[in-house]
Design a protein around this ligand. Structure first.
Ligand SMILES: [Zn+2]
Length: 337
């Protein structure tokens, strides 16, 4: 639910130098154990903003490249009056905000996908919440930088570069169908651990490279390619539910896993499926076999990721989620009896 705007907008922001960040950690560390836990986990490239209500938001990475994902970590433990409702907005888009997977009550996370097409400028995310004293909000600045992407020249069948009228209709229908899947994510977080690689082969093409197909600049690479000969097992990157397993004009045999609350991974050009739509899958489970179906110039796995409908670099997303589960952070919150 979108709440009305408040005329009052107090906020403070800081982008600390390492020295300043250290001082902040020390000061906070003296106050309470929960603050110590929060303060010590500030990674090198993060940006914090706080509100007099006692809410603090950390964005990682600090400046973010287009095509990458930002992790919002929201600490509400120091609020005097507890939160009733919380919601983030990236423009008109509602961003799910939910309990941190292991830090306990009062710490929330959310992911902001930055489109490949986003210009290098400041983008604001708005965090809204209500408590006993009413409605409040905080604007969280996100500095977007221009990613450096290389150009790749590929040769593919002519019919896949300039599709016929029938194929164009098929492509439009398929895009609509797929878009609807991304618009209706599973209502809860289905993953409980870091994401894993979907294939064992080496990465042959990174996210974001500009694709020159048969001499014409056609598109940017919306995922990551792994070397994988036909028949190589492909694995689920994390727990989730299979939302799609069918043939598409460009992606060939394409499989989509819904990990809940706006996080999806996609697996393209498969030769075979090992799972069906509606099936729950676990991290590392064999979901299909690599192939060269669709617009492909040889057997490989194309792995994609979506964050709230935005195509993002799956490897950077995987790294970001690894930080959420890093052993150092887990150690600090583990209780023993
Ligand atoms: Zn690819």
């Amino acid at each position: 639910m979108k709440m009305p705007h408040s005329p009052h907008q107090p906020e403070t922001a800081r982008r600390g130098s390492p020295r300043r960040r250290h001082r902040l950690r020390t000061i906070r560390g003296c106050v309470t154990l929960s603050l110590l836990v929060w303060g010590l986990s500030v990674p090198a490239e993060s940006f914090s903003v706080s509100h007099p209500n006692g809410i603090e938001v950390r964005t990682t990475p600090g400046p973010v490249s287009n095509g990458h994902t930002v992790l919002l970590e929201i600490n509400t433990r120091n609020m005097i009056t507890p939160i009733v409702g919380i919601q983030a907005w990236h423009g008109e888009k509602a961003i799910p905000v939910y309990q941190h997977p292991h830090k306990g009550p009062g710490i929330f996370i959310g992911f902001i996908g930055i489109s490949y097409y986003q210009k290098p400028e400041r983008a604001n995310v708005k965090l809204e919440w209500t408590n006993r004293s009413g409605y409040h909000f905080l604007l969280i600045p996100i500095e977007v930088t221009q990613g450096r992407f290389k150009k790749e020249k590929l040769r593919v069948p002519k019919s896949k570069v300039s599709p016929s009228k029938t194929d164009r209709r098929r492509i439009t229908d398929e895009r609509y169908k797929i878009k609807n899947i991304y618009k209706t994510p599973h209502h809860s977080r289905l993953w409980n651990t870091a994401f894993a690689m979907p294939a064992t082969g080496k990465v042959t093409s990174p996210f974001g490279s500009q694709r020159v197909l048969n001499g014409k600049l056609k598109s940017y690479h919306s995922g990551v390619d792994f070397r994988a000969s036909t028949g190589t097992p492909i694995y689920a990157a994390n727990d989730g539910v299979v939302r799609f397993a069918s043939n598409l004009f460009y992606s060939g045999n394409h499989l989509i896993i819904d990990h809940g609350l706006g996080l999806f991974t996609g697996y393209s050009h498969l030769s075979e499926f090992r799972v069906e739509p509606g099936q729950m899958v676990h991290k590392g489970q064999e979901i299909g076999l690599a192939g060269s179906t669709g617009r492909s110039n040889g057997p490989h796995l194309h792995w994609g990721a979506k964050v709230n409908g935005i195509s993002v670099d799956p490897l950077q997303l995987k790294e970001l989620i690894e930080a959420v589960f890093s052993p150092a952070e887990t150690d600090r919150i583990t209780e023993s009896e």
